[in-house]
Write a protein that binds this ligand. Sequence first.
Ligand code: F6R
Length: 606
Amino acid sequence: MCGIVGYVGRKNCTDILIDALSKLEYRGYDSAGIAVFEKGSISVEKAQGKLSNLCSKMENGHKPVGKVGIGHTRWATHGEPSDINSHPHGNKRVTIVHNGIIENYKQIKEFLEEQGYSFVSQTDTETLAKLLDYYYDGDPVETIAKTLAEVEGSYALGIMFRDFPDRIFAARKDSPLIIGVGKDENFIASDVPAILKYTRDYYLLEQDEIAVIRENDIQICDLHKKPIRKELQTATWDVDAAEKGGYEHFMLKEINEQPVAIRTTIAPRIADGMPSLEECGLTAEELMRFRRIFIVACGTAMHAGMVGKYIIERLARVEVTVDIASEFRYRNPILTAEDLVILISQSGETADTKAALMLARENGAKTLSVVNVKGSSIARESDYVIYTHAGPEISVASTKAYTVQLSVMYLLAFELAYANGKITEEECRQHIASLQQIPELVTETLECEKDCQMVASKLMNAESLLYIGRGLDYALSMEGSLKLKEISYIHSESYAAGELKHGTISLVTDAMPVIAVATQMDLYDKTVSNIKEVKARGANVVLICKKSAEVDPEAADYVIRIPDVEDLMTPILAAVPLQLIAYYTSVLKGCDVDKPRNLAKSVTVE
Ligand code: F6R
């Protein structure tokens, strides 16, 4: 949801700003823009569409030269994607880039219009820029504090004042912002990958903090100008992790990174062959005390929660409710101090998930977050955190973040089941041993790439698809369906295979292919019966099953096999062909795989 960057140093900053923005394009690509101090004034260049449009515009026109600047990549909220609505916004005296939403922008705009200001864009951000100008009294920090006191909503801001050409200013509330610390140069960015090439050291700007950033100096204070000292953080992510590394798309790279990501996520949580989650502060005794578990998340992360529900309930016999965060926060859920609310989020910044977390806390429930981005808001606000170690996920469509989230669900299920006495130590050790084999088996599963490519070539012209499965396969098929629709723009639905004949089967014709996931051997025959029902209505069927499964040639047109593993563990493996089918369908259709239309990663608005 919009990415912002900023640079102050000795180098020409235009290329640095563009490079940093290219690492944040996953946050939105409706437009891009930069502002650079050039010959004593603020020079602004912006263009609708992807960052490459801005680059071509500058190559063919004016490319600012200067050592201090800010930049923005936009996911449109207020005002359509257009040159005029692109950031930076402001005037010759104050220019800003903004990630977030100014909720009371209409009132601010009316007030400023009465004071003689006029507006060119439809954005909420322009009102904030002009309010800063209105309050400007020669003291930028005072001005920012005064302005923000009037503003309702969320923001991460990069600000330039014409009168202070050697520095940029930053502030944040409810949108992430880091300050990268380099040698004779400093940065601001919405996320770590933007600065990794230049420095690994950074400060996390917290709620209601203002920063003044110069080449060799960073001052941070609160809204009352009280100075704040901060601990320097060091990013552990590899510089190459934010690059494509020879792959055509980030999505394919990230699919292939899953074995390492899973291994890195589970290894520190296994001690002597048993699950060990104590590093997050949650002991087995504490886990046992919870009467109910809620898993709350959005999109792919919520789908990881669905698998989590099946395995936790099956093994630990604790009731688990899975909620979509945007529903949970408004459905007045019944929560008590005996409940554990698990928030799953790759970015750790998703607005609805964060609001669900706050609601859980207000109601006295304990909160545990499963988050990929270190130091993100959700991680910091939770009672307990388990970090997944997927490394940066750049592709908008989530892949490796999903399978590492699944790995954590398994660890939690094993720990809880053992603590509750529902499995013996020996059984727990066996489960852990199976989980430890998963990275290798994912590598083996990746060998189905060519089959998936072929299947994609058969699906690419379909208008609509069905994904079906039972039990864990149904939970997984939800993710398969989301992956396909978000990047290939083919409509698809996931359906519990047994539920089809209660209505949905009337949609099935030879124009609606069906992807059937059938890895649960206790349910295999039942799923095959459902497959035959759709085949009888003309559907082309792609079957995903285990290597050793007996397949009736009548039941499927194409078969993709995953390695043999016990039923409980199949979702992580079967996720791989589903990701690859979606990936190749998108590639074959010529879609922008890593940046699907209308979407952005890290959804920081409701
Ligand atoms: C889909 C996808 C989204 C995210 C969702 C939650 O591929 O990536 O559905 O899973 O927006 O995002 P996080 O996990 O950052 O909270």
